[in-house]
Design a protein around this ligand. Structure first.
Ligand code: AP5
Length: 225
């Protein structure tokens, strides 16, 4: 039986839990988790030309130019796993131009649903201040949920540190960029009948259940066999 690929995009301000929920959704449906932030950080670590272009933007907490990111996402969406089973996009699109480019890339089907994770600003500030990540593989921890041994990653043994853009100044810039460039996408997708708003406050598992209910309203059901 040929099943239709699942195509999900997540919106939400920094720290709303897009990465946390995208990982769960990706496992649940066995679809690709495409995080532009992870792709950019991996490119910076690897010192590729793309990473070199992106590095300063990431450190300042500014958006990487559309022209740099759109091509990379288009290429990733063209890979066999994303084409066959589908994907959950985490951190893309973030501007109107990126949303329009994505529509062209995904012609003729387009996205199946866009989930906006809603979390108040005071709470995302708390979450980002306590976040810690593995400097090698990117695994996520927090001050409240550290790795088992002395800030050493449980997954790969790398050093667990504060993300370079989780400083107070960079967080302020990222949140400002969200309000001016990304928040308008809520109305954009609402106008296309694709938007689901999910309360992102609460235990990650509780939020995941709410996400599954929202996806089911758009016919996205079942789980990886
Ligand atoms: P990116 O990596 O996408 O970062 P971000 O948007 O700043 O998002 P975050 O990772 O901070 O938040 P999140 O919503 O994923 O939350 P998370 O699950 O990690 O982008 C980084 C940079 O790359 C950008 O600033 C930009 O420079 C560039 N970039 C990326 N995409 C781009 C694009 N399309 N165009 C241009 N530039 C681009 O959770 C945060 C913390 O909260 C974690 O510690 C987590 O454990 C915790 N947490 C999550 N959920 C819960 C919960 N329910 N309860 C308690 N704690 C929780």
């Amino acid at each position: 039986m040929v099943s239709t690929p699942i195509r999900i995009a997540l919106l939400g301000r920094q720290g709303a839990g897009k990465g946390t929920q995208a990982m769960r959704i990706s496992h649940h449906f066995a679809i690709a988790h495409i995080s532009t932030g992870d792709m950019l950080r991996a490119a910076v670590r690897a010192g590729t030309p793309f990473g070199e272009k992106a590095k300063a933007y990431l450190q300042r907490g500014e958006l990487v130019p559309d022209a740099v990111i759109v091509g990379v996402v288009a290429e990733r969406l063209g890979e066999p796993d994303a084409k066959r089973r589908g994907f959950v996009l985490d951190g893309f699109p973030r501007t109107l131009h990126q949303a329009e480019a994505l529509e062209s890339i995904l012609l003729p089907e387009g996205l199946g649903v866009v989930v906006n994770l809603e979390v108040p600003e005071w709470l995302v500030l708390e979450r980002l201040a306590s976040r810690r990540v593995c400097s090698v593989c990117g695994a996520n921890y927090s001050v409240a949920m550290p790795p088992h041994v002395d800030w050493t990653c449980d997954v790969c043994g790398g050093e667990v540190v504060q993300r370079a853009d989780d400083t107070e100044e960079a967080i302020r810039r990222r949140l400002a960029a969200y309000e001016s460039a990304t928040a308008p996408l809520i109305a954009f997708y609402e106008g296309r009948g694709l938007l689901e708003t999910v309360d992102g406050v609460g235990d990650p598992e509780e939020v995941h259940e709410r996400m599954l209910e929202a996806l089911a309203r758009h016919g996205i059901v079942g789980e990886a066999g």
